[in-house]
Design a protein around this ligand. Structure first.
Ligand code: AMP
Ligand code: MG
Length: 411
């Protein structure tokens, strides 16, 4: 199918823009304990209540000195010790040094720590083999974070990189956004649940598993409403129930030519929905709108189309809804094709592929085979999408292509 055969296809970027324009962030926040804060999104700027480190401390095991004392001698008598959690207390005489361990508080008046490898010790006398520079091996108070600094901005997803930072600051309760509630169901008379026996012409419903797995990775509350047959009454009832309990309704099936009219009839009475033809492969048919107060994303039925449209189109919408303002799409990379990629101009192609470094250290990418919109086998072995531009035709070996390594949601 050439571009001239497919007039009116909506470019992917325009589709995303429209989705985002119609999505507002959740405004409700809640307080969770630090233990439960991972994968939540901050609802306020988090400021530090303390300095980190909270006191000047030693970066080395060694000896705290006053540099001036070493102007005329290399040897100082030992006057005491400062260990982590057990600082030196008392009066520190001029012309002496203090044994100090990493992380221990710097005694008042010390202006350098000399590492133990640069000393020789005889009884209570320490001889220094180097002259110290002022402030060496001292981590000053507030060196990392100062009281009042914004350490984590509003709209940040809390990961293993932020959670320990909050612990370092002694923050036990974290203000986070309420999670988006997403109700989802599959549609189709041909669908059976896993665990059931397939009858003639029936297939297992896999889309709900794709949707649940991805929604959970996108840190949403996933509400499974099961499989709904192609029955107007049941569909209408399920849509209305979903709109009552969720911020977003995600369905699969029933939006392609031949089925869209049917879904449209049901939704026209209860909401407002547009049926789009997006210039994306797989995943051309896509429905978007509202059912009462809930947003509605109608994904195509084909299993790989479900995954691709959730990834490319619904993910940015859910990020915005979640208040995850720091969310970014995967950074695309350039790689050299090491296999041929079959492609017709007309739609942006998200092909399942494997990227790797070749023996010269250059990024190369090859297809994982069958790119049919129902072919899951070529997906599980892939580690990226090769994203082939809308107007591009076949790609030959050696040509440069754009790849998008799978992000955390698909990994
Ligand atoms: P539809 O968009 O409803 O016409 O479905 C397109 C194709 O995807 C058909 O071959 C369906 O049988 C298949 N399909 C639809 N829903 C599912 C599902 N939940 N799991 C697996 N395949 C599905
Ligand atoms: Mg169907």
């Amino acid at each position: 199918m050439g571009c001239c055969d497919t007039p009116g296809l909506m470019p992917v970027s325009a589709a995303i823009e429209t989705l985002l324009e119609n999505t507002a962030s959740i405004t409700h926040s809640e307080i969770v304990s630090l233990t439960d804060a991972q994968n939540r999104i901050t609802s306020e700027d988090i400021r530090s209540p303390i300095n980190v480190p909270p006191f000047a401390n030693s970066a080395m095991d060694g000896y705290a000195v006053r540099c001036a004392d070493l102007a005329s001698t290399q040897t100082l008598p030992l006057a005491g010790k400062s260990f982590a959690g057990v600082p030196f207390e008392g009066n520190w005489l001029q012309g002496t040094c203090i044994r100090i361990m990493t992380g221990a508080e710097i005694p008042e008046g010390a202006d350098a720590v000399i590492m133990q490898e640069q000393t020789t010790v005889e009884g209570d006398n320490v001889t220094f083999t180097v002259l110290p520079a002022a402030q060496q091996n001292i981590r000053p108070i507030g060196d990392d974070v100062k009281t009042g600094d914004v350490v984590i901005p509003k709209g940040t997803l809390l990961t293993p990189r932020e959670v320990p930072l909050l612990a370092t600051l002694g923050i036990a309760d974290v203000p986070v956004m309420r999670k988006p509630k997403v109700a989802f169901f599959s549609t189709g008379d041909e669908l059976r649940q896993v665990g059931e026996t397939l009858g003639k012409g029936e297939i297992y419903d896999s889309n709900r598993y794709t949707i649940r797995a991805m929604l959970e990775k996108m840190h949403c509350e996933a509400i499974d409403l099961g499989v709904v047959p192609d029955c107007p009454e049941q569909l209408r009832e399920t849509f209305l129930h979903a709109a009552d309990i969720a911020d977003v309704i995600v369905t699969s099936g029933g939006v392609s030519v031949g089925e869209a009219d049917y879904t449209k009839d049901i939704l026209d009475q209860e909401g407002e929905v547009g049926f789009w033809k997006i210039a994306i492969k797989p995943g051309k048919p896509f429905a978007f709108g509202r059912v009462k107060n809930a947003l509605f994303c109608g994904l195509p039925g084909n299993p790989v189309s479900v995954l691709v449209t959730l990834h490319v189109l619904v993910q940015p919408l859910l990020a915005k809804l979640s208040g995850h303002t720091q969310w970014k799409p995967t950074i695309p990379l350039k790689a050299k094709a090491e296999t041929r990629f079959k492609k017709s101009p007309g739609r942006a192609d998200y092909q399942r592929a494997v990227y790797r470094l070749d023996k010269n250290g250059d990024l190369v990418v090859g297809t994982t085979g069958n790119q049919g919109s129902g072919a899951f086998s070529s997906l599980s072995v892939a580690n990226c999408f090769t994203v082939l531009e809308q107007d591009r035709g076949h790609v030959e070996v050696g040509e440069t292509v754009t790849i998008e390594p799978f992000n955390a949601v698909l990994s």
